[in-house]
Ligand binder design. Structure first.
Ligand code: NAG
Ligand code: NAG
Ligand code: NAG
Length: 183
């Protein structure tokens, strides 16, 4: 009799684990379904959504983790990672996450040592913007249009390329800021 509680506890844990995995795969299927409906069919959006079971999931997740404290197996993980290739994919992702009722964390690739762009209470979704990093610099009109995933280093380089102006006054050090953080 004394063993009964621990056995039911183990069963409960097992059940919880199964239901969490089920929730993740259900979020993946529902989200992808919604994304297909809200994007151009030729965009083939299945290639921008990474399920937890996908072999590339871990490397995509770890690529922009800058703080080893959050690089552990016990750190809460997103149900899916969405990697938009176009602005319309961002809009559709927001619509779909809202319709499922799941929280979005947006990651632009900057330092984020607090992990706020990729750590949250599950279930949540990461909108990873590393593909959206185009920079156009118009020196004549002194305007630069920068997408969120670009890093500050990339922005400086593009400005230098066009103007030969360097940014020694910025004193950025070696912190990999995303360009959106600096604007
Ligand atoms: C992993 O996910 C990517 C992006 O959705 C997809 O292109 C690829 O086929 C998936 N790989 C496997 C083994 O499911
Ligand atoms: C869509 O993406 C999947 C997964 O990457 C790929 O297998 C498939 O051939 C693609 N379809 C088209 C029409 O590009
Ligand atoms: C996170 O862990 C992976 C695998 O252990 C490692 O390759 C990567 O360098 C780590 N990243 C950080 C920021 O600690």
């Amino acid at each position: 009799m004394t063993r009964a509680p621990s056995l039911s506890f183990i069963l409960l844990l097992l059940l919880l684990h199964v239901s969490v995995s089920f929730a993740d795969s259900s979020i993946y299927n529902t989200f992808l379904d919604c994304l297909h409906k809200n994007t151009d069919p030729s965009d083939n959006v299945s290639r921008i959504v990474f399920a937890k079971t996908n072999v590339s999931y871990t490397s995509v997740l770890e690529n922009y983790i800058r703080n080893a404290r959050f690089n552990t197996s016990s750190t809460p993980k997103p149900s899916i990672i969405v990697t938009p290739l176009k602005e319309s994919h961002v809009q559709a992702s927001v619509i779909c996450a809202k319709s499922i009722g799941v929280q979005i964390k947006i990651r632009s690739g900057g330092h984020d040592y607090e992990g706020t762009s990729y750590v949250y209470n599950p279930p949540f979704v990461i909108l990873d913007l590393f593909n959206l990093r185009s920079i156009s610099v118009d020196i004549q009109n002194e305007v630069a249009v920068v997408q969120s995933g670009a890093t500050l280093g990339e922005l400086y380089y593009r400005i230098w390329e066009k103007s030969k102006v360097t940014f020694t006054d910025f004193r950025q050090g070696c912190v990999p800021l995303s360009a959106s953080e600096a604007i």
